[in-house]
Design a protein around this ligand. Structure first.
Ligand code: SF4
Length: 398
């Protein structure tokens, strides 16, 4: 009997896991009535699994360098050393940014950067790992209670390769130096035929899975992500979700799922021309977000849209499509804004709370790992967001 959408949604609502091909069928839907049924199902599951509250985190992004030896087809952030816009922040600047974030009540620093083997020249040992460890220790010595959410699986793998070390050793040392959790970025699409076309120099699917599961086994939680809306088919998106679900069944180490729709405006021409539009399609992103809730929940309970990529209004809309988190304040954002995203680079906690309340949900501030932060602490810690970094207080090139 051919599978229809209603049957699949009933199956999900009855608590049965959908197969990858069934998720692929949902992701193919275009008919408005079908999309509404999928949205409704995701919204019900969200309500059953996590209730009516929506979280946000006060955090700051620090991208310590945009110099990178790789050339991912979607990336507008990377620069070669010596390029006019290339930068590499010194530790003093990173500490200043951290200090400022703490002043604004941030509980998390999210740190990622380009892949640059020359970091080894900054440390006497000549080991790439030691540069990263020094960076982590510099922050943690001065700000021991800040949660450091740092280094993608690609960055950890890069360190291991450069220094010829087992990945477990790299992750263990980063953890012991003070990395609390890791972004589950560099996942893009975990399906080799797509991945090889999208980012052929990047860590392959098997190594991404190995890096992330090793991190989880070492007690380092990670987020999980999907880069959607480029060359991948609905089924390939579903395959990616299937990989995430099977990792979560094994380790339970994913704290959330974040959808990252592709922004093309300033991205390299070849992929941009193939995709044929500059900004993500909102409805396509919302559908993917809903199917992720149906397919991954309750194994991965927390689902986040990207306000940087969709705008705050788009991210707020995703709260009706299965999401229960609206992300972080970020304070500065360089990777997606370099690509031409129109969502901005900083949100105040008040603006995030307002967007949540307007969606008729109950806002609460959380830690990186989804523990609630008491209202008293949250309010007393807040700085003056009118002077927030994205409004010009700190110049990235300083
Ligand atoms: S996505 Fe990351 S690894 Fe790929 S080119 Fe950009 S900075 Fe480098």
């Amino acid at each position: 009997m051919p599978l229809n959408v209603d049957t699949l949604l009933e199956k999900a609502l009855d608590g049965y896991a959908l197969s990858v091909s069934e998720a692929g069928i949902l992701l193919e839907q275009k008919d408005p009535a079908m999309l509404e049924s999928i949205r409704h199902c995701a919204d019900r599951l969200r309500s059953q699994q996590v209730g009516e509250r929506v979280s946000y985190v006060i955090n700051r992004n620090i991208n310590f360098s945009n110099i990178c030896v790789q050339h991912c087809s979607f990336c507008a952030f990377r620069q070669d050393e010596g390029d006019r816009d290339a930068y590499w922040l010194d530790f003093g600047t990173i500490l200043e940014k951290t200090q400022e974030a703490v002043g604004y009540g941030a509980t998390e620093i999210c740190m990622q950067g380009g892949l640059n083997p020359k970091v080894r020249e900054k440390v006497s040992s000549g080991r790439v790992l030691d540069y990263y460890l020094a960076l982590v220790r510099a922050i943690k010595e001065q700000f021991p209670s800040i949660h450091l959410h740092a280094f993608s699986p690609q960055e950890s793998f890069f360190i291991a390769e450069e220094d010829n070390l087992p990945i477990a050793k790299v992750l263990q040392e980063l953890r012991d130096a003070g990395v609390n959790s890791m972004p589950g970025t560099a996942a893009e699409v975990l399906y080799e035929p797509v991945r090889r076309r999208l980012c052929p120099e990047k860590i392959n699917t098997e190594d991404w899975i190995h890096t992330v599961t090793t991190a989880h086994e070492l007690g380092i939680p990670t987020t999980s992500t999907l880069l959607s809306g480029h060359i991948e088919t609905p089924l390939e998106r579903a395959i990616h979700l299937g990989v995430l679900r099977s990792i979560q069944e094994r380790t339970g180490g994913f704290s959330e799922f974040v959808l990252l729709p592709y922004v093309a405006l300033n991205a390299p021409k070849m992929l941009r021309n193939k995709v044929g539009r500059d900004q993500p399609e909102l409805l396509d992103s919302l559908l993917t977000q809903a199917v992720a809730r149906i397919f991954l929940g309750p194994l991965i309970a927390n689902h986040q849209p990207s306000w940087v990529k969709l705008g705050l209004a788009g991210a707020a809309e995703a709260l009706y499509w299965g999401c229960n988190d609206i992300g972080g304040t970020l304070m500065e954002e360089h990777i997606t804004s370099s690509a031409g995203a129109q969502g901005g680079t900083c949100q105040s906690p008040e603006d995030l709370r307002k967007a949540i309340v307007e969606a008729e949900r109950i806002p609460y501030q959380r830690t990186t790992l989804y523990e609630e932060i008491g209202a008293h602490h949250a309010l007393s810690a807040l700085g003056d967001w009118e002077k927030a970094p994205a409004k010009g207080l700190i110049n990235l090139s300083s």
